[in-house]
Design a protein around this ligand. Structure first.
Ligand code: APR
Length: 241
């Protein structure tokens, strides 16, 4: 399928779902999830850091890994792909829903409304254990990680760790968007992590993969566009009535 064909599918679609993964932010300078392990962190695997057990075993190490990533995200900006999606949403209110696996907040910073963040946000944190009145009564004590001054409850990144449930309401809204769409654009994801990858397979309408490399979802796609998010999305969405 050619880009022109898919551009026609966009034009004719009344409901579009866009599922994005780490590749969506690659051209903003955010390494894809599995490429992020460079330098100081090269000796760790994400699967060994992004879990509750890893955090409980070594809170400072996991907290610092997320702090490093948070600092990195603060220094980057949305790319032309994020901008094209947000501009399309502004031209066509309610027609395109963004569902993202990314925790970097770049869709939101580009101006996309109603983003469904399946894996949470690296920019926020929450209590590790259910907060008690003492946790709420005063701000946490600064530290790696911050903690409740009275009971020692720790703060943790507000992201979904391996083995954790996705936020129920966000997942339900994402499933509804997939089941209602005429077209799903799957951008920058390897398609290896569920339930996000399952959303692409559950799309009611045509499913199109946008990725410079082969992905686990190519086989289920009605079209595969070999290219990057910042190149393809403006070509598909800009000036598309
Ligand atoms: N434009 C589009 N796609 C790109 C680009 C780009 N510029 N650069 C890389 N890609 C593609 C890669 O080819 C790969 O298929 O982005 C994909 C990134 O795959 P992963 O690193 O596996 O990231 P993702 O699919 O988002 O991982 C899903 O798994 O590790 C967990 O919670 C984490 O949200 C993450 C989830």
């Amino acid at each position: 399928m050619t880009l022109a064909t898919v551009r026609g599918w966009v034009r004719d679609a009344s409901r579009i779902a866009l599922l994005s993964g780490a590749g969506m932010s690659a051209e903003s300078g955010v390494p894809t999830f599995r490429d992020a392990q460079t330098g100081l962190w090269a000796r760790f695997r994400p699967e060994d850091l992004a879990t509750e057990d890893a955090f409980r075993a070594n809170p400072a190490n996991v907290w610092d890994w997320y702090a490093m990533r948070r600092e990195m995200v603060a220094k980057v900006a949305p790319n032309a792909g994020h901008a094209a999606v947000a501009a399309f949403q502004q031209r066509h209110p309610g027609r395109l829903t963004v569902v993202t696996q990314n925790v970097d907040g770049l869709h939101q910073r580009a101006g996309s409304p109603g983003v469904l963040p399946l894996h949470g946000s690296i920019l926020e944190d929450k209590w590790l254990d259910a907060p008690r009145p003492c946790c709420i009564a005063q701000p946490p004590v600064e530290g790696h990680p911050p903690r409740c001054a009275v009971c020692g409850n720790l703060r943790r990144p507000a992201v979904v760790w391996f083995g954790e449930m996705l936020p129920v309401a966000v997942l339900a809204a994402a499933e509804a968007a997939a089941h209602a769409c005429d077209l799903m654009l799957v951008v920058g994801t390897s398609g290896v992590v569920h339930p996000a990858a399952g959303l692409a397979r559950a799309a009611a309408g045509r499913m199109v993969v946008l990725n410079p490399e082969p992905s686990d979802l190519d086989d289920a796609a009605q079209a595969v566009l070999r290219g990057t998010a910042a190149t393809l999305l403006p070509q598909l969405l800009d000036d598309n009535p």
